[in-house]
Design a protein around this ligand. Sequence first.
Ligand code: SF4
Length: 401
Amino acid sequence: MSTLLDSAFAEPAPSPLLLLGQGRDLASERGVECTGELPAASDPDLVERARAARAALGSRAFVLGHHYQRDEVIDFADVTGDSFKLAREAAARPEAEFILFCGVHFMAESADILTSDAQQVVLPDLAAGCSMADMAAINQVEDAWEVLQDAGIADVTLPVTYMNSTAAIKAFTGRHGGTICTSSNAEVALRWAFDKLDAAGGSLPSKVLFMPDQHLGRNTALLKLGMSPADCVVFDPRKPNGGLTDAELRDARMILWRGHCSVHGRFSERNVTDIRAAVPGVNVLVHPECKNEVVEAADYVGSTEYIIKMLDAAEPGSSWAIGTELNLVRRVARAHPDKQVHYLDSTVCFCSTMNRIDLPHLVWAMESLVAGRTVNRIVVDADDAHWARVALDQMLALPGL
Ligand code: SF4
């Protein structure tokens, strides 16, 4: 059965004006230093070079590929997964000298935290960041905690921080007794935090400072913990006092950091209405980083691993509209030619920073390692690594993991 996905978009044509990775527009390539050896994307031997470098590295290297990576990169991944699964996979390979992380910066940081000092984590393109993680800077978070202290509620608040955050924010979470969570275990993490606070018996309602994705925090609080919108406030780090009164902070149960994913934030309730009208009986399946009105309008909500499992288990002939990053949806569609797979948005929705990792950068990173030169190594400073590890270990100790 053909999918409607293929007709929903066309591959973007290469721009004749901006050739990324070739130094044509240095401002757009900040953070990228490829020491003049980055292969051209048009190199006809690129795949062969990648195979040769991968073979030369052998078991000294382990290549991790996030679900949102390009196909050309996934082809060389030893394992694929979401950020949590990949962090655990990295930690489970103490024999690998090099961890090549095909994902974004915060994921490579987590891999560095969870691996030994003898192992080197490499991010093939340093410009592969995450707009959501960048929405919570450590100085902003420390200022926000002072606001909570001044309002007299820091003692009844625990930070619960999404995996999609910098190592510095994870370390802040560890220092303040909180936990990291993923899109798969956010409910368990929130219940753990509220139980811990309630057991301490503060005089004010227990609270969670949820960072940096307001949507995952709100969706979990409303859909899984039965809270009401009135229990949630949004803390805007660019406004005095987060844009909130002390009374609003004291009454809240969920203090949601004003951050979001620029990819999942594009999906709208209108997308759901339109696909239901166009495809009767379609199952709408979205990621919990989508806005609450989108999640409420969908039939199913879950992490990337959940999305993959749902399609694996779906009936042949069934129709699905998926709201997450396009590289993953395309692969899911190709893996299930007996099902109709639609992209929820009518326009192309790649994660631009995930897409920074391409085959030329992977070849460059691998060939450099073969030549005895480690490039783009990600190293988290020792103190942050210690406290971030405390918060990550707390997550690993949550029930159900
Ligand atoms: S999809 Fe969103 S959360 Fe994931 S890396 Fe891209 S910007 Fe960050």
